[in-house]
Design a protein around this ligand. Structure first.
Ligand code: SF4
Length: 585
């Protein structure tokens, strides 16, 4: 065991000073999601807005990080600009391992820097530098400059924001090591509000592995399970874009602002097409033998007559859905070009793509005009979207600034709420049916990964509300356990509770290993308690009409079933949020 408590570095951005603290609670909340909510309880203000300088920006890792494969994610927690409520966003990359090597279980940033700044930290180092000259710089240039400024390599992780974060867009992401993101719910704007352009984490320490055969053997078993299953093939081979053809075949791929769920032309942006024509290489988060990150290339002419440069752009199912099928763009290279601009602006690609899909339909219907969009948005025409993404990222006019706060906010002002594809936040790339719609709309992170609603839709024909809601609550609890470790959720078939208990036991976390049911239930309730305290009312979540007009392979969405699911799941969430949690255990 590395320690039976948490070691947390708190940085006050107002004066650049840091303090290393000890926090009890390992056996109660494990780490990750559990540690983040514990820290938000300690430092967060439920009664103050998201951009109050006092609000914390938290990064937390789990007890197995650095010891077992695919324990490679970091949980970022903050009060979100999207809804002014407690939120989490997760990312891979190198931050988890860098933090483990720097010997911290979590980072907490409070206060606001006087000028735009970057922070570099390690096991014996904390430095804050004025980077006011980086204001407005895109994410790629920002990354290059931070790499040069702070030096070091190895277990180094660089988190940074682009123009969208600086201007307070609720769609601003925090980029982690170029190819991964704390994407959703506006973490980038929280950094922007703190005048924090970048965080460089130097994993400059070391830690011992347990002695004896037990740990080594268990590591090998887990590694073998992870690499022998078809997970390796699915995620390494085509990666998540394999879903494009699968969902299209099922009539469950959102196309053209969800006006369709199937289109033959989407073959042009299938995982197979991306692999055949654009794929350069695979890469992986630190500590992961799977390597699901697919990096394609795009060419850009920078000078006449024939001067080109090429750029490496990572792709997954979600960015392909958001900038491809949702916008009617069916050419893989054009999709990479759109992802590339979104990256530079520091926008969450899912929210940005869905926002422009709504804007296109609103323009077609005459609710907005060129005066608002500044570009002639048209489904299937990527060039106009390249322009629009820059406008959205930089908040070019009132329209784009409002759209950047969320599609429903723009729709309430301009009209077009019925066709806003929003489920708590802009939808993810699955139109599988009622259970998924409710799962994302009411789920804690409004993420397709909060619970497996999309897979429940595909496996169950019956419309049993109690059973479906029971599944969502139980599945969330299982996933909360994983996000408290903090495992990549792609490993969920291997990291079942018994395996996690064995892993924890091998590191000496005996009490925690024997109490995982209670721990996961406690963290699930604690998160809902804070979410509700910051204003979440699941009954008030709107499901726009477009979702009731969808037809999948199961037929038309059943509006009554949708309503019943919503009401039952909302009740369960409020019960979890209200339940007394014994925090002293
Ligand atoms: S499977 Fe992919 S996302 Fe998960 S840890 Fe590995 S590389 Fe990262």
């Amino acid at each position: 065991m590395i320690r039976d408590h948490f070691r947390v570095l708190r940085v006050d951005l107002a004066d650049g000073r840091g303090e290393v603290m000890t926090l009890e609670g390992r056996d109660r909340v494990a780490g990750g999601s559990g540690l983040a909510v514990l820290l938000f309880e300690k430092y967060g203000r439920v009664d103050k807005p998201w951009d109050d300088p006092e609000q914390p920006l938290i990064f937390a890792l789990g007890p197995l990080t650095g010891y077992f494969p695919l324990m490679s994610k970091t949980v970022c927690a903050f009060k979100s600009p999207y809804h002014d409520q407690y939120a989490e966003s997760h990312a891979g990359g190198r931050s988890a391992l860098a933090l483990r090597f720097a010997d911290y279980d979590a980072l907490v940033f409070t206060g606001k820097a006087e000028r735009l700044s970057a922070v570099a930290l390690g096991s014996r180092r904390l430095e804050m530098r004025d980077v006011h000259y980086m204001r407005g710089l895109d994410l790629q240039i920002t990354g290059k400059m931070l790499r040069r400024m702070f030096g070091g390599a190895g277990h180094r992780s660089i988190l940074r924001i682009g123009p969208a974060g600086e201007m307070g867009s609720a769609m601003a992401c925090i980029n982690a090591d170029t190819y991964r993101h704390f994407g959703r719910l506006g973490g980038g704007a929280v950094m922007g509000a703190k005048n924090l352009k970048g965080i460089v984490i130097q994993g400059d320490g070391a830690f011992d592995l347990p002695e004896g055969k037990t740990y080594a053997k268990l590591f090998q078993d887990v590694y073998k399970k992870l690499t022998d299953t078809d997970m390796m093939d699915k995620y390494h081979n085509l990666g998540t874009p394999v879903n494009v053809n699968v969902l299209n075949g099922l009539r469950a791929l959102p196309c053209r602002n969800l006006q369709q769920t199937h289109d033959e032309a989407m073959e042009g942006i299938s995982g197979e097409k991306f692999a055949e024509e654009t794929l350069m290489r695979n890469t992986a988060c630190s500590g992961c033998p799977i390597g699901c990150i697919h990096v394609g290339f795009m060419r850009e002419k920078f000078m006449e007559p024939n001067q080109y440069l090429y750029r490496q752009v990572s792709y997954d199912h979600e960015p392909i859905f958001a900038t491809g099928s949702m916008l009617g763009v069916t050419n893989a290279f054009k999709v990479l070009a759109l992802i590339d601009v979104t990256e530079k602006m520091g926008l969450d690609v899912m929210s940005a793509g869905v926002a422009l899909a709504w804007a296109t339909e609103a323009l077609e219907r005459g609710l907005i005009s060129l005066k608002e969009t500044l570009a002639t948005l048209k489904f299937g025409e990527p060039e106009t979207y390249i322009e629009a993404l820059v406008h959205l990222g930089r908040g070019e006019n009132d329209f784009y600034r409002l759209l950047g706060q969320g599609v429903l906010k723009a729709a309430k002002h301009y009209g077009g709420e019925d066709f806003a594809c929003v489920l708590g936040q802009e939808m993810a790339g699955y139109a599988t049916g009622e259970v998924f719609f409710i799962s994302q709309a009411l789920g804690f992170r409004h993420s397709h990964l909060d619970a497996g609603g999309y897979s429940y839709d595909q496996k169950h024909q019956e419309k049993d509300v109690e059973k479906a809601v029971g599944f969502l609550v139980q599945d969330e609890q299982e996933r909360v356990l994983l996000t408290s470790m903090v495992s990549c959720l792609f490993a969920r078939e291997v990291y079942k509770r018994e395996v996690l208990a064995e892993c924890l036991g091998s590191l000496g976390y005996k009490t925690l290993a024997g109490d995982l049911e209670a721990v996961s239930g406690r963290v699930q309730k604690l998160r809902w308690k804070i979410r509700v305290a910051t204003g979440f009312n699941p009954s008030a979540v709107e499901i726009p009409k477009r979702f009731t007009e969808v037809t999948t392979w199961k037929g038309k969405v059943d509006g009554d079933y949708l309503k019943a699911l919503k009401s039952d799941y909302a009740r369960s969430i409020m019960e979890m949020g209200r339940e007394e949690t014994d925090d002293r255990r």
